[in-house]
Design a protein around this ligand. Structure first.
Ligand SMILES: Cc1cc2nc3c(=O)[nH]c(=O)nc-3n(C[C@H](O)[C@H](O)[C@H](O)COP(=O)(O)OP(=O)(O)OC[C@H]3O[C@@H](n4cnc5c(N)ncnc54)[C@H](O)[C@@H]3O)c2cc1C
Length: 438
């Protein structure tokens, strides 16, 4: 390789550029937008008067590719965490509160402890969930687990909808199985949640750009790829809005754009073509000191509420049903849930912002999973990356970064695998709490 053109500066493109530049390749990173980060970024919101994230993103320690990426860009200490694996929930229908606390080792003795498992559930409910391991490619989440049970309503459903961004009666059970295999099945250490102390860009994007700069990578923002010239076996030219690039014999391309853009640039390549929305509501409000970093909500409209530095932020996944509802209607609807979760007064509602991401991720249905392409294409010097490629995971930060590392590996930059133990050691200081506005 003399030069690699990475197109798309979301996490997949950033991860690919990073691994290649570390191996000494000359890398040019092209991004259509004025800002890197794609679907994972922060920006200043004028109506709230502060920076917000485009959406709430949760990582877990078991996301070893994401952790390797954070380590490589020198940003592990920008993340914060609860002390151990702790997932606080509130059931808005009954007012019950509990904290799910898997023990750290692989033997899940926590399911025998009433204080650690979900209230109203029995040990057998968890054991029956092992049936998910036998899920066929066509099976949905609700077909693989008991959808009538308390455990389903209070754990599997909120978890599956958040992880797959797809309704449980449509989401692929195989993907949820993979998520659980990389989290709960590895013990509480792997499940420990991590969120950015400041914001997504401050943790995942800005340090990456700084590292890429130090490695000599040229980053071209506002550079939109319009077409890829190809022979039968190779990509030979790139046509950008601002000019054309002729590819040398030893040049390579990593296409790390979104699925619809990839489908347009490479007609004939199968890509997911059905998507699901995510709705986020941000409220300029401070949570009581010492309250959890996030809370899972059952039985309301809001699903997960995150306590950020200056805002309380709500996520609703698979939120297509809300896309045509006016922001003025959504803001009070979701605020009622947030206020209950964090025990704040409902009136007056604080300043708010609603962010609708209509095509947040591909729909994680069995039919769409079957459309995910591999890293390699029929063109020897053209690789694909993105959370929609065939990573085996749903559309997540971990999947996007893995896809970028895989594309770099296909061009000769080997992966660097991290053990769970080394990741745990890396995030040990993450117990420092998030600073609040007040
Ligand atoms: C609201 C929301 C909440 C989420 N929550 C979580 C979470 O809690 N945990 C989690 O793990 N994941 C979460 N995700 C998913 C995660 O954000 C994505 O999986 C990840 O960011 C995708 O990265 P990517 O690089 O594959 O794609 P993208 O981020 O979409 O990057 C593609 C890039 O290509 C650029 N591009 C497009 N066309 C062109 C072109 N023609 N030329 C040049 N550049 C182009 C785009 O501008 C973009 O920057 C969430 C996503 C959203 C939207």
């Amino acid at each position: 390789m003399t030069r690699v053109h990475v197109v798309g500066a979301g996490l997949a493109g950033l991860a690919a550029a990073l691994r290649l530049a570390e191996r000494g390749a000359a890398v040019v990173l092209h991004e259509a937008g004025r800002q890197a980060g794609g679907r994972c970024r922060s920006y200043f919101d004028a109506s709230l008067g502060c920076r917000i994230d485009n959406g709430n993103h949760l990582l877990i320690v078991g996301n070893t590719a994401a952790m390797a990426y954070l380590y490589a860009i020198g940003a592990t200490d920008t993340m914060t965490s609860s002390d151990g694996a702790a997932y606080p929930f509130v059931d808005l229908a009954t007012g019950e509160r509990w904290t799910l606390r898997p023990n750290s080792g692989r033997v899940p003795w926590w399911i025998f402890s009433r204080g650690r498992r979900v209230p109203g559930t029995r040990v057998g409910d968890y054991i029956r969930a092992l049936g998910l391991r036998r899920a066929e490619t066509e099976t949905t989440v609700s077909q693989s687990l008991d959808p009538e049970g308390v455990l389903f309503r209070r754990l599997w459903q909120p978890l599956a909808v958040a992880a797959l961004n797809t309704e449980v009666d449509q989401g692929a059970a195989t993907l949820l199985n993979r998520v659980l295999a990389e989290s709960f099945a590895r013990g509480g250490s792997a499940c420990r949640p991590l969120v950015p102390r400041e914001g997504l860009s401050e943790s995942l994007i800005d340090p990456a750009l700084a590292r890429l700069g130090a490695l000599g990578v040229e980053v071209r923002l506002g550079s939109r790829l319009r077409a890829i010239a190809r022979t039968e076996s190779r990509a030979v030219g790139l046509d950008f809005d601002d000019g054309q690039i002729e590819l040398e014999e030893s040049d390579a391309v990593i296409l790390a754009v979104t699925a619809p853009v990839a489908a347009r640039l490479l007609p004939g390549i199968d890509t997911p073509n059905e998507f699901r929305a995510i709705l986020n509501a941000h409220y300029r409000a401070a949570a009581p000191a010492g309250s959890p970093l996030f809370i899972g909500l059952v039985g309301g409209s809001a699903e997960w509420v995150f306590r950020k530095r200056e805002v309380l932020s709500v996520t609703v996944s698979a939120a297509d049903r809300f896309m045509d509802t006016a922001a003025e209607e959504l803001a009070p609807l979701l605020w009622r849930d947030v206020a209950r979760a964090y025990e704040l007064p409902v009136d007056p509602m604080p300043p708010w912002q609603i962010v609708k991401e209509r095509r947040a991720t591909f729909a994680a249905t069995p039919a769409q999973v079957a459309r995910r392409p591999k890293t390699r294409t029929p063109w020897a010097n053209l690789m694909l990356a993105g959370d929609w490629t065939d990573t085996g995971l749903p559309a997540t930060i971990e999947g996007a970064i893995r896809s970028g590392f895989a594309a770099a590996e296909a061009l000769g930059a080997p992966q660097k695998h991290l053990s769970l133990a080394s990741v745990e050691a890396m995030v040990a200081p993450a117990r420092r709490p998030v600073a609040t506005r007040d």
